[in-house]
Ligand binder design. Structure first.
Ligand SMILES: [Fe+2]
Ligand SMILES: [Fe+2]
Length: 279
């Protein structure tokens, strides 16, 4: 599988040794996400099997962010109110956040997670204009920097110091990663996504989201490439990089860019509120 991915390292990169296993609930959610005939009760059964996740999902469904007037008392009820797709996306983000928890104490690393969440939310919108599945785009956005998240879970201190030095000198993040870890986060992501049996499209996004797509390209990888750049431009960036584009420029250069808001301030605020809700 994945012979098309040229940059999957052949052997396990040392920097990913001893990485805690990807949570099995998250893997099962990914499988549910990629099958089109999933039923509500299957999702609810899966979520119920993890008490901490269920409790956290109920807490969020009851938070002001969703503005429901009555108390949301059960996962079934939450799915009814939020909708099936939104519930899947929320569960995916909450379970990933739990996996990253210890690393998220460090501010620089929290920025990486905020960037992933913002990319997911932007991708969800962009997918609608690109006629792609918004739900799948959300998940791919959430996981596109999985290599970066993996390195940061394994080496929180070293990675955050590297980010500081990199940003002071406006170095390209992948160059500094290779210098420090012998692997960059796209290679690391390709490797992890393959090891963890992510759907093929997500493997592609993890491996290729820094390669500028051809202009007429309307694949999920292209959607994630532009979403990650837009998340940066909206202020949810990991690091200032030499190729950072302003929002207005991105809107000009990306195919179909005119479909996104001319003034991004409302978009930025709504994404910010959702991203904040995850902290
Ligand atoms: Fe990236
Ligand atoms: Fe990114």
């Amino acid at each position: 599988m994945s012979a098309v991915l040229t940059d999957v390292p052949e052997t396990k990169p040392w920097a990913l040794r001893e990485l805690p296993a990807f949570p099995s609930i998250t893997t099962k959610l990914l499988q549910l996400l990629s099958s089109s005939d999933t039923q509500v009760n299957k999702l609810v059964d899966l979520l119920r099997s993890d008490a901490a996740l269920s409790a956290e999902l109920l807490r969020r469904a009851n938070s002001a962010l969703y503005g429901f007037r009555s108390q949301v008392g059960s996962l079934q009820h939450a799915v009814m109110l939020l909708g099936f797709d939104q519930m899947k996306s929320l569960a995916m983000a909450v379970s990933m956040g739990a996996y990253l928890k210890s690393a998220l104490r460090i501010a620089a690393l929290r920025r990486c997670w905020r960037h992933s969440l913002a990319t997911a939310l932007v991708a969800e919108q962009l997918a609608r204009h690109m006629k792609l599945d918004p739900d799948g785009a959300y998940t791919a956005g959430l996981l596109h920097d999985i290599g970066l998240l993996g390195l940061m879970v394994n080496y929180p201190e070293a990675y955050s110091e590297m980010l500081v030095v990199g940003s002071e000198n406006a170095f390209d993040i992948r160059t500094v990663e290779r210098a420090q870890f012998d692997v960059d986060h796209c290679e690391a992501g390709a490797w992890l996504a393959q090891q963890w049996n992510f759907p093929e499209e997500i493997q592609q996004a993890a491996a290729r989201h820094h390669e500028k797509p051809a202009d007429d390209h309307s694949s999920l990888t292209a959607c994630i490439y532009w979403s990650s750049r837009l998340a940066d431009a909206l202020g949810f960036l990991v690091n200032p990089t030499p190729d950072l584009h302003a929002y207005a420029d991105l809107r000009e250069i990306m195919p179909g860019g005119k479909a996104i808001p001319e003034n991004p301030s409302e978009w930025k605020t709504s994404i910010g509120a959702k991203v904040d809700g995850f902290e």
